[in-house]
Ligand binder design. Structure first.
Ligand SMILES: Nc1ncnc2c1ncn2[C@@H]1O[C@H](COP(=O)(O)OS(=O)(=O)O)[C@@H](OP(=O)(O)O)[C@H]1O
Ligand SMILES: Nc1ncnc2c1ncn2[C@@H]1O[C@H](COP(=O)(O)OP(=O)(O)O)[C@@H](O)[C@H]1O
Length: 206
C-alpha cells in the first residue's frame, strides 16, 4: 500500500520540537490554601490560553489525586510524594511543549523548590518554572469554604487540614503573587498573562 508519510532522520531535538509546534512549554505552579482560588484561576487561564490557540493543560486534584496519586493521603510523607510526582509529570507535559498549569496546595517550600530544580536543571535546556502564590487570608478562605472542609476540620472531622491542623509555608519569592481577596478571577488571569508575555513565554496578544 502506498503511503505519503515522510520519515525524518534522527530524533527531534527540544529546539526543533518547539519550532515545529510553534510554542515552548513552561510550568505554572499555583500554590495556596484550599479555597484560595488555585483551581478557579488555573481553569480560567487554561481557557484563555486555549482560545489563543496555545497548548495548555491543567493538572489538579481531579485528574491526579483520583488517578496517579490515588494511593496517597494528606500526611506529610504523602504530600511530599504527591508533589514529587506532580513535579515529574509537569516537567514531562512541559517538555511536550504544553503550558502546564498545576493547582495543588503544595504546602512545603522544599517540595516546591525540588519541582523547580527539576525543571531548571533539566538538560540540555532548562524548562521555565513559574511559582504563583495564590494568597488569601485564612479567614477569607474559611468564609468561602466551598466544600465545607474548613468547617469539618474545625470540628475535628478531618485531620491534618492545611491552615488548621497542618502547616502551609507561603512562598518567600514567588514569580507572581496574587491576592485573591483583592483581585477578581479576570484580574488574576491578567496578572499571569502579563508575566508570560513580559518574559516572552507567550507572544503578546495581537
Ligand atoms: N487534610 C487535608 N488538607 C488539605 N486538603 C485536603 C485534606 N483532605 C482533603 N483535602 C482536599 O484535597 C485537596 C488538596 O489536595 P492537594 O493535592 O492539593 O494537597 S497537597 O498539595 O498534597 O497538600 C483540597 O482541595 P483544594 O480545595 O482544591 O485545595 C481539599 O479539597
Ligand atoms: N479572586 C478570586 N479568585 C479565585 N477564586 C475566587 C476569587 N474570589 C472568590 N473566589 C471563589 O473562591 C473559591 C476558590 O475555590 P477553588 O478555586 O476550588 O480554590 P482552590 O483550588 O485553591 O482550593 C471559588 O468558589 C471561587 O469562586
Amino acid at each position: 500500500m502506498a503511503t505519503n508519510i515522510t520519515f525524518h532522520q534522527g530524533a527531534v531535538t527540544e529546539d526543533e520540537r518547539a519550532e515545529l509546534l510553534g510554542q515552548r512549554g513552561a510550568t505554572i505552579w499555583f500554590t495556596g490554601l484550599s479555597a484560595s482560588g488555585k483551581s478557579t484561576i488555573a481553569s480560567a487561564l487554561e481557557q484563555h490560553l486555549l482560545h489563543r490557540k496555545l497548548h495548555a493543560y491543567r493538572l489538579d486534584g481531579d485528574n491526579i489525586r483520583f488517578g496517579l496519586n490515588k494511593d496517597l493521603g494528606f500526611d506529610q510523607a504523602s504530600r511530599i510524594e504527591n508533589i514529587r510526582r506532580i513535579g515529574e509529570v509537569s516537567l514531562l507535559f512541559s517538555l511536550s511543549s504544553s503550558i502546564t498549569l498545576t493547582a495543588f496546595i503544595s504546602p512545603y517550600q522544599s517540595d516546591r523548590d525540588l519541582a523547580r530544580k527539576l525543571h531548571e536543571e533539566h538538560k540540555p535546556a532548562s524548562v521555565p518554572f513559574i511559582e504563583v502564590y495564590v494568597d488569601a487570608p485564612l479567614n477569607v478562605v474559611e468564609e468561602r469554604d466551598p466544600k465545607g472542609l474548613y468547617k469539618k476540620a474545625r470540628a475535628g472531622e478531618i485531620k491534618d487540614f492545611t491552615g488548621i491542623s497542618a502547616p502551609y509555608e507561603a512562598p518567600s519569592h514567588p514569580e507572581i503573587h496574587i491576592r485573591t481577596d483583592q483581585v477578581d478571577v479576570a484580574g488574576a488571569v491578567a496578572q499571569v498573562v502579563a508575566y508570560l508575555e513580559e518574559k516572552d513565554l507567550i507572544q503578546k496578544a495581537a
